[in-house]
Design a protein around this ligand. Structure first.
Ligand SMILES: [Zn+2]
Length: 331
């Protein structure tokens, strides 16, 4: 009995912690960053007449009931709490840390090549380290995300995220733990490799410039466009910027059910790795007009929390079922 009481107590404590995370400044999904994202939308609303033509008022444009009260969004809100609960259990033990990878890599390079080849001033080393870590974190995410789309077994676990029919910032938490663990580890390994390389190059412990423990470049993106990636807000970067920075429209294209958009724009904050490896699709006005999110009719199978968490295991197992051989009758 005590065990059940303890379990319920722990459960409610973690659920309450999930609610509190919405007000913790170091959490990446909190009301402050949502407010700063809304401010960005306000600036675009004021300067883009085409945006103002799409709704009767700014609030109607920012918070349409058809999106925020859609069954897909209601499922995302419920999922947020379950996802945070599960993450509290697995995140500390199943994700390698970038620091551990960094010390392994720097030691390896030092043993192979000897002492540090560069003596750079602190400001220059800091700028290079911040840039290198950010670019490699992005590359790690791009690689893992590509695998999620390309390998049928992994796609079953990533599909829950793409099954969303409309998107709000809560859709960012519609991630299956298998997906989360793979992507988290890939980013940590790549980012850690970057830090280890810089530690070797500059002969000092490499630490990027951070704000609230985030790389400052990522933090700038978090304050501005990050939460708009999962939204209905069409802000599209084109030209040279559209080849580098991941705009909200780039990510909406990534969630499009149109075959021509499949597997495009796999980056996190950037699309330059997409550009480099041929998976970039710069959004156009034509894309906006015909955009439909989701995975087609199969999306109807993801209606409940258990569908989000258990269905991928079932579908993954079905990939391994023996196929019946068709024997053609002799003519
Ligand atoms: Zn994806």
């Amino acid at each position: 009995m005590t065990t059940i009481t303890d379990f319920i107590g722990n459960l409610s404590a973690i659920l309450w912690a999930s609610v509190k995370l919405l007000f913790v400044i170091s959490s990446n999904l909190n009301v402050y960053y949502l407010a700063s994202s809304a401010l960005v939308v306000g600036l675009f609303w004021l300067t883009r007449p085409a945006m103002r033509d799409r709704a009767s008022s700014f609030i109607a444009y920012l918070l349409p009931a058809r999106v925020f009260l859609h069954p897909s969004s209601l499922l995302d809100y419920k999922n947020y709490f379950v996802f945070m609960l599960l993450r509290a259990f697995y995140f500390g033990v199943m994700i390698v840390t970038g620091t551990a990878v960094a010390s392994l890599v720097s030691e390896l390079f030092t043993r192979l090549f000897g002492s540090a080849p560069f003596a750079a001033p602190m400001w220059l080393a800091l700028a290079v380290i911040t840039f290198v870590e950010f670019m490699l974190l992005e590359l790690g995410y791009w690689v893992a995300h590509r695998l999620m789309h390309e390998i049928p077994l992994l796609w079953e676990f990533h599909k829950t995220h793409h099954a969303a029919e409309v998107m709000t910032p809560a859709t960012a938490a519609r991630v299956h733990p298998v997906d989360d663990i793979l992507v988290g580890n890939a980013s940590a390994v790549f980012g850690g490799f970057g830090l280890g390389l810089c530690t070797f190059l500059f002969g000092m412990d490499a630490h990027p410039l951070t704000l609230l423990e985030y790389n400052v470049v990522y933090y700038a993106y978090l304050l501005t466009f990050f939460h708009l990636r999962h939204s209905h807000i069409w802000i599209a970067f084109d030209g040279w910027l559209g080849h580098i920075l991941h705009s909200p429209a780039h990510h909406q294209i990534h969630h499009s059910e149109a075959p021509r958009h499949a597997g495009k724009n796999l980056g996190y904050c950037l699309v330059c790795w997409d550009w480099a490896f041929g998976t970039l699709h710069v959004p156009t006005e034509q894309d906006r007009q015909s955009l439909s999110l989701g995975i087609g009719p199969e999306g109807a199978e993801y209606r409940t929390l258990s569908d989000l968490f258990l269905l991928p295991f079932w579908k993954a197992a079905m990939l391994f079922r023996p196929r019946r051989q068709i024997v053609h009758p002799a003519e």
